[in-house]
Write a protein of this length. Structure first.
Length: 406
């Protein structure tokens, strides 16, 4: 997948910068055209001559001394992918905040190409809340993060923060470029977050959904070239290339989904819709001294079942099932009843899984032929962007199976 691809390789000022030389060599050997960009800090660790000799072009370092009057724009627009290895805490902070401090950060802001960032730093820095918040922000925007590994660090310390091995970095780049464009020209609708049903002017019936998994799916779909509509109940950073339709209640989500889903090629219903709502919400706040209110509930509309009943030919419909009991049996029943092509089931009682977490573990169940059991694939505990990739990989396979042979 790398042959002929133009990759901008950004190298920042960390001790792991020496590994960028091997990354560059492997990319070139795989057929990629590598354009190296070094920060001033990187030059304290490796020389320009070394990287220039092994890349496809000489190293670039400045906004002002290059042949092009706008090198960042030229590099950003011409790249098939931007790779930063290693990425220091300083680079992550600048990129997350949108700061254009040097050639590399300007290139990152001036591109629409996929971006792969490979952090490397000491364990204490990697685990600092500010660094983790910046990682979460970048991941939510669609940036691909190659997590650092555990091992020996500078100064003889051992812990998490070691730059991923060059072969792992190149494999990640290959995977991103291999998936890029798979959904080009398609309209993907994703719902995210938990609905909130008002009891009075202050209180609501809600659930624990954070919307993180839906946003990860939206970001991954956009990275693969899709036009993405994100129907959301939460306020998270909007992934690049996505249009958000804000909603709050189940009724509002139903209206938004019914307006957008009929023309979509793929619908991913990852939102956690409340099953019940008050029959009537009080106009003001219910006061404690008025006694304990008797709240009468009614069922909310089954949005997913409605989408399944009205699903147009060729559309792939994906549902989610957050379960605490017999995961596969419950999810299989939902898959069949609601005419889904794929259901993503998780056991939210398991540690690190589902609501509020940055990680997830799921079982993907695909609808089989009539009379055949659903095909199951298990994805072990990992970050939610990786779960999103697995979901969309399954969607791509389903679409290929629907396409008649030429």
């Amino acid at each position: 997948m790398l042959a002929g691809k133009r990759i901008v390789l950004g190298v920042t000022g960390g001790i792991a910068a020496y590994k960028a030389v091997e990354v560059s060599r492997r990319l070139v050997d795989a057929g990629a055209h590598v354009v190296p960009v070094m920060t001033a800090g990187a030059e304290h660790f490796i020389g320009r001559t070394t990287l220039s000799a092994l890349a496809s072009e000489p190293v670039q370092t400045s906004l002002w001394d290059e042949a092009s009057p706008i090198p960042h724009t030229r590099l950003g627009q011409g790249a098939d992918l931007i790779l930063v290895a290693p990425a220091t805490a300083r680079l992550l902070a600048a990129y997350a905040a949108g700061l254009s401090t040097d050639l590399l950060t300007n290139v990152l802001l001036a591109t629409r190409a996929p971006v792969v960032v490979c952090p490397a730093m000491h364990t204490e820095m990697w685990e600092h809340p500010a660094v983790q918040a910046n990682i979460a922000t970048l991941r939510a925007r669609g940036v691909h993060i190659v997590e650092p590994e555990s091992g020996r660090l500078a100064g003889g310390d051992v812990g998490a923060g070691r730059l991923a091995a060059p072969e792992h970095i190149v494999a990640a780049v290959d995977a991103v470029l291999g998936g890029a464009g798979e959904l080009a020209g398609l309209h993907v609708v994703v719902s995210a977050g938990g609905t909130r049903e008002p009891i009075d002017a202050v209180r609501v019936i809600a659930n624990r959904s954070s919307g993180k998994q839906g946003y990860a799916v939206a970001a991954e779909a956009a990275a693969r070239g899709a036009r993405v509509t994100l129907v959301s109940t939460v306020e998270l950073p909007v992934p690049t290339g996505c249009t958000v339709v804000p909603v709050e209640t189940a009724a509002q989500m139903q209206a938004a989904m019914e307006a957008t889903a009929p023309g979509a090629d793929v619908v991913v219903m990852s939102a956690a819709v409340a099953d019940f709502r008050p029959v009537a919400a009080a106009e003001g706040k219910i006061k404690k001294d008025q006694g304990i209110p008797q709240i009468v509930l009614e069922s909310t509309p089954d949005i997913l079942a409605g989408l399944g009943a009205a699903k147009p030919a060729g559309q792939v419909l994906v549902g989610f099932a957050a379960e605490t009991g017999d995961l596969v049996a419950n999810a299989t029943g939902k898959l069949e009843r609601k005419r889904l092509d794929l259901i993503v089931a998780n056991d939210v009682s398991a540690p690190g899984v589902g609501f509020q977490h940055d990680t997830n573990a799921v079982t993907l169940l695909r609808a089989g032929a009539p009379g055949e059991p659903a095909a199951a694939t298990t994805v072990a505990l990992t970050d939610k962007r990786s779960i999103a990739r697995a979901v969309l990989d399954a969607v791509v396979e389903i679409r290929r199976g629907q396409t008649p042979p030429a």
